[in-house]
Design a protein around this ligand. Structure first.
Ligand code: UDP
Length: 327
């Protein structure tokens, strides 16, 4: 079976590519390399270009017999999305719409879509379940919700099956240490904490210490990128076997505060990691925790990595690749 991975040169996409290959799938990647890194696909067949480019997609779907698409390519920074709604709608919604239409043209019926916790906005209930109302509070979340809805209507009209996976905080790296997170600029907590540990930043600025949480800092639900990749494979297999569409939240059912992450990273790395508590970052909900009960029950998904392993695998990658893929 052959899977086309869009954004396969990015952080999560490259881990999906590795996991698919480890399970014996044929894999083809399309990535415009605006944010991704060619080295991250590790020799997998790579088409460089935009998913919205109909001619390129015709070529890919004609040259390869594709059974399903895993769709990761997107802009994904909340802050940036608030300043650049045109770019976010264009890159995420318009490009995806053309990808979905290329699938229709070439009779490719199955897609696992990388959605996000940001579609839930500031939820009324914790843990967040699949029935929690989706009310995004930023452009990024809106674009992902628009794509979820578009897939639904493409299903009704054209018979496309889709599984939408809403992730929470993804972190960690492949246990080999050969692929990992390399965002420029980096904005996420765990890689920033580890950059401080590696001496690349002076200290961590913790955004806000007066939230209504156990220690005053925000609480997030962390999931290892390889566990996430496995969820994509299980979702693809489930969708193809049952000829159906669905959506799942992927979290751990528990959360860690920013200070708990800092302390766990100090323990894992053995480094002091200086930090100070500063102003809140606008748009940060105090607590985001997902129930993954449905993914466990329906897909048989089981997480392998806890928070220490998440940080340890990320540390292995960052400490051996201080310049990311430039090393
Ligand atoms: N955070 C922080 N300092 C940083 C980066 C992030 O305190 O330099 C906090 C952020 O405010 C949030 C948590 O870490 O409470 C997780 O943020 P991240 O950007 O990693 O993921 P998000 O939850 O926004 O998707």
């Amino acid at each position: 079976m052959n899977i086309l991975v869009t954004g396969g040169a990015g952080y999560i996409g490259s881990h999906a590519v590795a996991a698919l290959k480890e399970k014996g799938y044929g894999v083809v990647v399309v990535d415009n390399l605006v944010k991704g890194h060619a080295d991250a696909v590790k020799g997998t067949k790579l088409y460089v270009g935009d998913i919205g480019n109909g001619e390129l997609m015709d070529k890919i779907f004609s040259e390869n017999k594709i059974d399903g698409v895993m769709h990761f390519s997107a802009f994904s920074l909340v802050g940036e999305s608030m300043e650049k709604p045109y770019e976010y709608y264009n890159n995420n919604v318009c490009q995806s719409m053309n990808l979905f239409y290329s699938m229709v043209k070439h009779d490719v019926k199955n897609i696992v879509f990388s959605s996000t916790a940001a579609t839930f906005g500031e939820p009324d209930e914790i843990p967040i379940s699949e029935t929690t109302p989706q009310n995004p509070i930023n452009t990024y979340g809106e674009t992902k919700l628009a794509m979820e809805k578009m897939l639904k209507w493409f299903g009704v009209a054209y018979g496309i099956n889709s599984i939408c996976l809403r992730y929470f905080n993804v972190a960690g790296a492949h246990p080999s240490g050969d692929i990992g997170e390399d965002h420029r600029p980096e904005t996420h907590l765990i890689p920033i904490v580890l950059q401080v540990a590696a001496g690349k930043r002076e200290k961590l600025s913790v955004f806000g210490g007066d939230y209504p949480t156990k220690d005053g800092t925000c609480v997030r639900d962390y999931i290892h990128v390889s566990d996430l990749a496995q969820a994509h494979i299980l979702a693809m297999e489930y969708m193809i076997k049952n000829n159906c569409s669905d959506s799942f939240n992927l979290g751990s059912g528990g959360g860690y505060s920013n200070l708990e992450i800092l302390n766990a990273a100090r323990e894992v790395t053995g480094k002091p990691i200086p930090a100070s508590i500063n102003e809140r970052r606008p748009g940060d909900p105090p607590v985001l925790i997902a129930s993954s009960e449905k993914a466990e029950r329906v897909l048989g998904w089981k997480r392998e990595y806890g928070i220490k392993e998440i940080i340890a695998t990320a540390w292995k990658w960052h400490s051996t690749h201080p310049q990311g893929y430039r090393d």
